[in-house]
Design a protein around this ligand. Structure first.
Ligand code: ATP
Length: 152
């Protein structure tokens, strides 16, 4: 299929990605992790791209520090990217993963983008047989969670 599987430490990848985006956008990105490393078998570069998409959105649609929370459950790895930004109106939630969908042109025009990020993120998660969910409240913020099988 379309995955290049390799074994890597997700904590290290998250740190690297957070550092890279911090250097570019000067935004605080905190990485919360379990005490152990989180070795997983997945397509590392696609998981990096997924993190960049979620963090780039969190950066665009919020002003406060952003949190990446990594946790381990039985058989799976959970990654949450949480911001305290403008949030997403409930009516728009069902459309977020559609290609070229953007919440309300007016608010989005100033931030740039074409509405592809989340559709690509969804594709990456589907290829890994994982799950992606969005929790959001207007004016409060957005948390996007990803659950991936924890194949060692
Ligand atoms: P790009 O193609 O550069 O990713 P985009 O950010 O508009 O552009 P998506 O990543 O697919 O596209 O996101 C779709 C829409 O969902 C966005 O236009 C935005 O309105 C909303 N959205 C996504 N993430 C967030 C977030 N963290 N906070 C608020 N709104 C968000």
């Amino acid at each position: 299929d379309w995955l290049r599987l390799e074994t890597f430490d997700l904590v290290h990848l998250a740190d690297e990605t957070a550092d890279m985006l911090h250097a570019t956008f000067q935004r605080v990105i905190r990485v919360h992790t379990p005490k152990t490393d989180v070795r997983m078998m997945a397509d590392k570069e696609k998981i990096r791209q997924l993190l960049v998409i979620l963090l780039d959105n969190a950066i665009k649609y919020s002003k406060e520090p952003i949190d990446i929370i990594i946790s381990l459950t039985k058989g799976s790895v959970r990654i949450a990217v949480a911001d305290k930004g403008i949030g997403i109106p409930e009516n728009d939630m069902p459309h977020l993963f559609e290609r070229f969908f953007r919440v309300d042109g007016a608010r989005s025009r100033s931030t740039g983008g074409v509405g592809l990020g989340l559709s690509i993120a969804k594709r990456i998660i589907d290829l890994h047989e994982g799950q992606i969910d969005v929790f959001s409240k207007p004016e409060k913020g957005t948390t996007i969670t990803v659950v991936l099988p924890h194949k060692k």
